[in-house]
Ligand binder design. Sequence first.
Ligand SMILES: [Zn+2]
Length: 154
Amino acid sequence: MTNEAFFKGLKEGIRHVIIYDVKCENGHKFEGWFKDRQAWIEQNAQRLICCPVCNSSNVEIAPSSITIMGKDAKTADKNNEKDIPPGKALQWLQQFIENNFEDVGNKFAEVALKIHYGDEEKRNIKGTTTSQEEASLKEEGISFIKIPLPKMDS
Ligand SMILES: [Zn+2]
């Protein structure tokens, strides 16, 4: 699969399902899969989301995500549409990122800018950003994608 097809499929897939890291009142973290944000709000309001560990329905979203920028993310190939089933996209994504993206940690914005201006070699990078950094990246016309963080319980 080419990068273009991957990113295209990825965007399609993510539109179909969102995955939140959910945390219960006792600090247990688990993944919640929802059709959209509204589904989360409705299910949570009806206390339908229970912690698999302690069964508590007093849960909230634990904010965690990483930001990625692929060297081919900008160009989508219209002739190569792939139908990725919801859920699969994220598995692929996590595997793909694991294997193909260099982790630059909290230097994401800095490195993305250097790549953008040709100071550093074009490559796939992943890392974390603040909302301020994201805003300035957008101003520079740099395209990036935010994805839910794979489970990394320490
Ligand atoms: Zn719990």
